[in-house]
Design a protein around this ligand. Structure first.
Ligand code: NAD
Ligand code: MG
Length: 389
């Protein structure tokens, strides 16, 4: 039986992962399920899937989780270190679906034991790509992309010679505001930004889609995971979200990955890889869909895309700073402290102000990444405080 864990089990990707597991329940032994703060949701999943251990990230919720799991035989644990400890338990496959840089350390621990890491948590590669890829290599571990665009690229590259790849194109729906005039964006509210036209996702990634920070993170993720030169990575706006990515080869061919906007495809691909198995996703009726449209991604409208290029050019610790400053700016926007368009300004200012410490040799170790992460969060807070005065 395959031993698997789901980190971020109570979230959107976690739910889709457990939906697939539920359909083939006897094939898996569940080692750990983790959640952030939602004890009720985590306890319900734990009672259904009977993992060895359930961990809630917030240490103050230990008693609540212990009470909720009383008598069912599942160990209850809490706190950041308990999540990291859970990742060291022997496993074959783990879904990394925590949101934010908090997903980095558990993923590294899973790689250190040679497990297969199904990586939805793109922040892991943005903050610490070289470290994560080296950890996988050194331990004979496998990383499988779960972000839909990266799963698409991975599938388009199967059996191909990497040297024949000319370019990689990842698509963007354009998010909630793709048809809004640029001057209206400054007044966009959290509620406006939390509605994605095509995908059902957690609130943070949905807002990141509206600001294109999600695509900016994904461009860096593409660079780190596939080792593609930044100049060969393109973003294309594709409002229908059916073509997830395209790979261009030296003979001019473009291999496109086409599928419904349902994360269970990319998750199922990573779960069953290297096999392909039947998945409960919609089969597209292209005749009914009729047409697919594409437009250029305007970097003037979406400063996050420009910042991603600057981060890749800078290298070193810039990715860790970019990610952490973005997380803080997003918190600031959700809390009503700054406006929608201010998020890019906060991130850009933090990157500029921390330029001297980001300029370090790669690969950084985990501790160095976490130091940069903390500095970037403080700097972003400082910039936002100044905004409010
Ligand atoms: P979500 O907000 O729905 O779920 C996040 C999970 O992480 C929850 O279980 C939450 O409780 C947990 N969590 C939050 N903060 C935590 C912390 N500090 N420590 C430990 N656990 C914590 O998010 P999601 O939409 O499922 O996205 C998860 C990850 O997958 C993100 O990195 C996102 O960018 C990526 N991703 C999501 C989708 C999607 O369709 N939702 C697609 C591609 C990539
Ligand atoms: Mg994606």
């Amino acid at each position: 039986m395959r031993r698997i864990s789901v980190f971020g089990a109570t979230g959107s990707v976690g739910a889709s992962t457990l939906d697939l597991i539920r359909r083939d329940r006897d094939a898996y032994h569940i080692v750990a399920l983790t959640g952030g703060r939602n004890v009720d949701a985590l306890a319900k999943l734990a009672r259904e899937f009977m993992p060895e251990i359930a961990v809630v990230a917030d240490a103050d919720l230990q008693d609540d989780l212990s009470t909720a799991l009383d008598g069912c035989g599942v160990e209850a644990a809490s706190g950041r270190s308990a999540i990291v400890e859970a990742a060291t338990r022997p496993i074959d496959w783990v879904m990394s679906a925590i949101v934010g840089a908090a997903g980095l350390e558990p993923g590294l621990r899973a790689l250190e034991q040679g497990a297969t890491l199904a990586l939805a948590n793109k922040e892991t590669l943005v903050a610490a790509g070289p470290l994560v890829m080296a950890t996988a290599r050194d331990n004979g571990a496998t990383i499988l992309p779960v972000d839909s665009e990266h799963s698409a690229v991975f599938q388009a590259l199967r059996g191909e010679d990497p040297a024949s790849v000319e370019r990689v194109i990842i698509t963007a729906s354009g998010g909630a505001f793709r048809d809004w005039p640029a001057e209206k964006l400054a007044n966009a509210t959290v509620a406006d930004a939390s509605k994605h036209p095509n995908w059902e996702m957690g609130q943070r990634i949905t807002i990141d889609s509206a600001s294109m920070f999600n695509k900016a993170l994904e461009v860096i993720e593409t660079r780190e995971f596939f080792g593609i030169d930044p100049g060969r990575i393109e973003v294309l706006v594709h409002p229908e979200s059916l073509v997830h990515a395209l790979v261009g080869f030296s003979d001019g061919a473009l291999m496109a990955h086409v599928g419904p906007p349902d994360m269970r495809h990319a998750i199922g691909h990573a779960l069953h890889w290297p096999d392909r198995r039947a998945l409960p996703v919609e089969r597209l009726d292209l005749a009914a869909i009729g047409s697919l449209s594409f437009r250029a991604a305007d970097e003037a409208r979406w400063p996050a895309l420009r910042l991603a290029r600057e981060v890749m050019a800078a290298g070193g610790g810039a990715g860790a700073i970019f990610n952490a400053a973005k997380e803080q700016a997003l918190d600031g926007f959700i809390a009503g402290r700054i406006g929608f368009a201010d998020m890019a300004t906060v991130v850009e200012t933090a990157l500029e102000n921390l330029h001297s410490i980001s300029d370090t040799a790669s690969p950084l170790g985990l501790e160095a990444v976490m130091v940069l992460d903390q500095r970037a969060r403080q700097e972003a807070q400082r910039v936002m405080d100044a905004f409010e005065q």
